[in-house]
Ligand binder design. Sequence first.
Ligand code: RP5
Length: 162
Amino acid sequence: MAASPLVAVIMGSKSDWETMRQADELLSQFDVPHECRVLSAHRTPAETAEYVSQAEGRGIELIIAAAGGAAHLAGVCAAHTVLPVLGVPMESAALKGMDSLLSTVQMPAGIPVGTLAIGPAGARNAALLAIAILANSRPELREKLRAYRAQQREKVLGERLQ
Ligand code: RP5
């Protein structure tokens, strides 16, 4: 994407991409400049801290951080920036994402992470929430959100069961 990114989507492993590409796709659908990359709180701690510390200076306004298992990525991001951080717990094989959810959501007071649902719903909603936050100062984005909601409404009302 050519414009400098407003949203950073980071994830602890390439194995998270199948889920997080849904956030990427929604941000693209709304024409929100963003970048996606793999960074791990545990496997690349120094690089994660450096990337997040520099994000605000690069014009990034919001970070979406996805991780599974002992999912510390969103919390570590929040520790290194005052930008809003949205956490997406990945569904894990061992505990179906309950481990990821609790690791992401149970932040100590003072360092917030906005935690979304486990898995694909969380990935999509993280993107939509990021768009809603950006839309506070971008009327055209707010109109796109309204249109998206209207489409959903039409789809549901158009459902036929038989
Ligand atoms: C976390 O561990 C990642 O976010 C991923 O969800 C999980 C498993 O990673 P891999 O072993 O598949 O690389 O750090």
